[in-house]
Design a protein around this ligand. Structure first.
Ligand code: SIN
Length: 489
């Protein structure tokens, strides 16, 4: 591809532009462009598959299911471990492709590849631990046994903000359980998915077990995945609006669904918090991926007694942020994914300003690049503003002031979302109260990062349901079957 050559990176075997279906690389009749968000340059022209090809991929996954589920857990585990090893061996190339198409700083991209690979390693182990149960029968002549079986073909629809890790986090438990998969990556970032497919082929997954359908027609592919009766489970990460649509479409066939949707994370700093730690935690939580994660802090509540100190230390820390091309050394704020994302952030800031907010730092796209948004701090914000209710998905810190614990818990819970929440403080009994009363699936206590493979990632309320990672993650890809044994003498 000319695109990758223009970047100065050497083209490599992981740079694929065709879809991967039934063990073959499939060229679509049409193609769609993939651009580098930093400078808008064309990186690749990728196969644009439609509904018919999606159906073929599902049928291939269904045919492969009989073989894959019959493999011993050990055999599936070995192939997953090969895939894990290959991801680590190729981490640098995978990260370059990721940064090229998504824009995040290279160090974060390498972090994402390792983070994503950790799910593959984890579920390679969990494949061997799909335990059943033996339950005492209801009479002396009865016994009950429980086994867990793979659900079948899984449709995985994944987002642009973590183009690699959101695939492995869904696909590794599915494959470990004995399911087969059809993945539809975001049309903005299909290249990372295809590079994972290349490594899956090398790792030894049989044809049809792992399929990637690239497409610029997401609703067409989504409709086929949600309405084809061969697909038994849909796993989606993305916006709440699209999640609701996929859920409705899946309802007719009562498909099993997991949804990891939007967030509106509160970040609370109590009066006994270590302010330096809190600032460090906020920097990690807010500016990761340029503020484009669903667990980024969205509403920052600071106890009024600490407000001045917090703002001044945050301002100092933000001075170290370097804006630019994610491929350049030392950059930690890359471009946002597309113009529409910048527009949304601008709109939220304008709405806040019109209702009385003040811009303490930043507040606009940088003069060097329209897609790079200046890290921003807003003060004098309040719950009537859009920025309180909506996911920002950009590097903006709105600071709210509070005085009492009950008041801040009520404000933090005043949202339809329920993904991640964070708070800093040292009082032991308050920590328990606050952690228990926050209506969120994940709570970070004195830390700004909650994501790791050993933990169950997921939300409540309109942030979705289902859990990814941890010992719970594989359950979403298993059916429980119980056998009732009678006549035991
Ligand atoms: C997401 O933003 O969708 C996931 C972030 C994470 O895994 O930390």
């Amino acid at each position: 591809m000319s695109g990758i050559q223009e970047t100065g990176l050497s083209p490599n075997k992981l740079f694929k532009v065709k879809s991967y279906v039934n063990g073959s690389w499939l060229e679509g009749a049409q193609k769609f462009p993939v651009h580098n968000p930093f400078d808008g340059s064309l990186i690749a022209e990728v196969s644009d598959l439609g509904r018919d090809e999606t159906r073929s991929a599902i049928e291939a996954a269904q045919s492969a299911f009989a073989l894959w589920r019959a493999y011993s857990a050990n055999k599936r585990s070995k192939i997953l471990k090969n895939w894990f090893r290959l991801q680590l061996e190729n981490a640098s190339e995978l990260a370059q492709i990721l940064t090229l198409e998504q824009g995040k700083p290279l160090a974060e991209a390498i972090g994402e590849i390792k983070y994503g690979a950790s799910y593959v390693e984890w579920f390679a182990e969990e494949a061997k631990r799909v335990y059943g149960d033996v339950i005492p029968g209801q009479t002396s002549k009865h016994r009950i046994t429980v086994i867990k079986q793979p659900i079948g073909v899984v449709g995985a629809i994944t987002p642009w903000n973590f183009p690699s890790a959101m695939i492995t986090r869904k696909v590794a438990p599915a494959l470990a359980a004995g399911c087969t998969v059809v993945i539809k990556p975001s049309e903005l970032t299909p290249l990372s998915a295809l590079s994972l497919a290349q490594l899956a082929e090398e790792a030894g997954f049989p044809p049809g077990v792992f399929n990637v359908v690239t497409s610029n027609r997401p609703s067409e592919v989504g409709l086929e995945l949600t309405t084809n009766s061969l697909v038994k489970k849909i796993s989606f990460t993305g916006s709440t609006a699209v999640g609701k649509l996929l859920l409705k479409q899946s309802a007719d066939q009562v498909k099993k669904v997991s949804l990891e949707l939007g967030g509106n994370a509160p970040f609370i700093v109590f009066e006994d918090a270590d302010v330096d730690d809190a600032v460090k935690g906020l920097m990690a939580s807010k500016f990761r991926n340029t503020g484009q994660t669903c667990v980024c802090s969205n509403r920052i509540f600071v106890h009024e007694s600490l407000e001045d100190e917090f703002k001044s230390k945050l301002g100092e820390a933000m001075q170290s942020l370097k804006l630019g091309n994610g491929l350049d050394e030392g950059v930690n704020i890359g471009p946002m994914i597309e113009e529409a994302a910048v527009h949304k952030v601008n709109e939220l800031i304008d709405d806040a300003k019109n209702r009385g907010a003040e811009v303490l730092i930043g507040g606009k796209p940088s003069s060097q690049n329209d897609l790079i948004f200046e890290p921003t701090v807003l003060t004098k914000v309040n719950p009537k503003m859009r920025i309180f209710k909506e996911e920002i998905f950009g590097p903006v810190v709105p600071i709210y002031s509070f005085t009492s614990v009950d008041e801040v818990i009520e404000a933090a819970n005043d949202t339809n979302y329920g993904l991640a929440a964070y708070f800093f403080g040292r009082d032991y009994s308050r920590i328990w109260k606050v952690a228990e009363e926050l209506d969120f699936g994940m709570v970070g206590i004195n830390t700004g990062i909650v994501s790791n493979v050993a933990a169950p990632f997921g939300g409540v309320k309109e942030s979705g349901f289902g859990r990814e990672g941890s010992k719970y993650g594989i359950e979403d890809y298993l059916n429980i079957k119980y056998m009732c044994w009678a006549g035991v003498e």
